[in-house]
Design a protein around this ligand. Structure first.
Ligand SMILES: Nc1nc2c(ncn2[C@@H]2O[C@H](COP(=O)(O)OP(=O)(O)OP(=O)(O)O)[C@@H](O)[C@H]2O)c(=O)[nH]1
Ligand SMILES: [Mg+2]
Length: 422
């Protein structure tokens, strides 16, 4: 069964979340963020309802009484959409939708909807559709009912197919096609990356919470002309630009997709190749919006996401951004960074210090390492050829024996310490 999509309806939403003991502040800020996300997706929030409970009710997310209350509010405010701060199970989706007779949207659907609106490149469009299809396949029983209620708006936007597909076999077939197309794009991205590696320039990736100012920084540094806007997930694909540091060192700067708490698993999967830009970087610039009351939480989410991606060991320089504003948190500090610098990507204040710190980091004393690289880790040898100065190379039983002059940063990044011999 397929349904034509209509997107013109005005969505009036109630936001719902549960609050375990002592988590009041965290939940408050999460639901405020959910309101921002809802706004970005075109829905206005009329009411926020938080229920104190440790875990969601397995069948209906909220308990019975609270669902009754919701029902009354839905009628009173002529609500079209309920948006839940957590990911809902198929049963919860179905039961809530039946009990309340409105569309039910959860955090993953909402975020994917925003991604769908902002995807403009072929890769981005395919990736979003892949995430949506995978999600849809896993939620079919609950979702069909919920989304068919209003036939438009959040959750029904897709950049690819203009149909809301609810047939399992069709979805599976579509997923296979998307997979094939994406693999083609990814192999060309791989070649691109190899090409860059051959240039031997260090890669610097700008990471951070969504809306922190990453694109603004890239634009300031390189006139990249990337869209910078006060909205969540303005950037969905990486832009790379050449740059020369003050003492003449050439680097590549990459702007990337922003992170957010509870970034849907299907998004992470579908955007893996895009997010991998972060994994291949030699240094990370971590942008923090120092005026956001939740900046500490944002820093923590960025650390967690980097860990998930396997980039937690990459040296990181943290920029406490938007310091031109008067509501900056002066106590902010990212412990994991090798330096914290206060900047304004908008006015350029402090940016010179950033470039100096980067350059100093990249040029800092090299060390002589005598190591054996196991044969199955040939890619590390490639990196040493690119970034280091190899004095000797020979083949032994355990792998390739190498004596190399290499910068400190790479020793940590490639875990060379564990390969030392003699
Ligand atoms: N006042 C001030 N505003 C800034 C600064 N840097 C960025 N902004 C604003 O913050 C908003 C977000 O900036 P972007 O550069 O789009 O942020 P981003 O991190 O690329 O966001 P996503 O791509 O959506 O993840 C824009 O409205 C920028 O103008 C700054 O230093 N000062
Ligand atoms: Mg951006």
């Amino acid at each position: 069964m397929e349904e034509q999509i209509k997107n013109e309806i005005e969505e009036k939403a109630i936001l719902i979340a549960i609050c375990p003991q002592n988590k009041e502040e965290e939940v408050e800020s999460a639901i405020d963020e959910l309101e921002e996300l809802a706004k970005t997706a075109g829905a206005s929030t009329l009411v926020k309802v938080i229920q104190n409970r440790d875990k969601p009710h397995p069948a209906t997310y909220f308990g019975k009484g609270k669902v009754e209350e919701l029902k009354e509010m839905v009628e009173q405010y002529e609500i079209t959409t309920i948006i839940c701060d957590d990911e809902l199970s198929p049963a919860q989706l179905k039961n809530l939708s039946e009990a309340l007779d409105v569309k039910i949207v959860d955090r993953p659907i909402l975020i994917m909807d925003i991604f769908a609106r902002h995807a403009h490149t072929k890769e981005g469009i395919l990736q979003v559709e892949m995430a949506q299809m995978r999600y849809r396949l896993s939620r079919l029983s609950g979702l069909g009912k919920s989304l068919s209620r209003l036939g438009g708006g959040i959750g029904t936007r897709g950049p690819g197919e203009k149909k809301l597909e609810t047939d399992k076999r069709h979805i599976r077939r579509r997923i296979d096609m998307l997979k094939e197309e994406l693999e083609k794009i990814h192999s060309s991205r791989h070649l691109l990356r190899e090409g860059r590696a051959k240039q031997g320039k260090p890669i610097i990736a700008i990471v951070g919470y969504t809306n922190a100012g990453k694109s603004t920084l890239l634009n300031h540094l390189t006139d990249a002309g990337v869209l910078q806007e006060d909205m969540l997930f303005a950037t969905l694909y990486p832009t790379t630009r050449n740059m020369v540091l003050p003492e003449g060192k050439e680097v590549l700067m990459v702007d990337t997709v922003g992170f957010i708490r509870k970034l849907p698993h299907h998004i992470v999967e579908a955007f893996k190749s895009t997010l991998e830009e972060v994994v291949y970087a030699d240094v990370l610039i971590h942008m923090v919006d120092a005026t956001n009351p939740d900046a500490n939480k944002h820093i923590q989410v960025v650390h967690e996401t980097l860990l998930e991606l396997g980039a937690e060991k990459t040296p990181m320089l943290t920029l406490l951004n938007k310091c031109d504003r008067d509501n900056v948190d002066d106590d902010l500090w990212d412990e994991k960074a090798f330096a914290n610098i206060r900047v304004s990507a908008l006015t350029g204040d402090g940016i010179y210090k950033v470039l100096e710190a980067l350059e100093q980091h990249l040029l800092q004393g090299q060390r002589l390492m005598k190591i054996i690289i196991p044969y199955h880790q040939g890619q590390i040898l490639q990196k040493l050829r690119t970034y280091g100065q190899i004095l000797e190379e020979s083949y032994v039983n355990e792998g390739t024996y190498v004596e190399v002059y290499i910068e400190e940063a790479y020793i940590n990044k490639y875990n060379l310490g564990s390969m030392v011999v003699g």
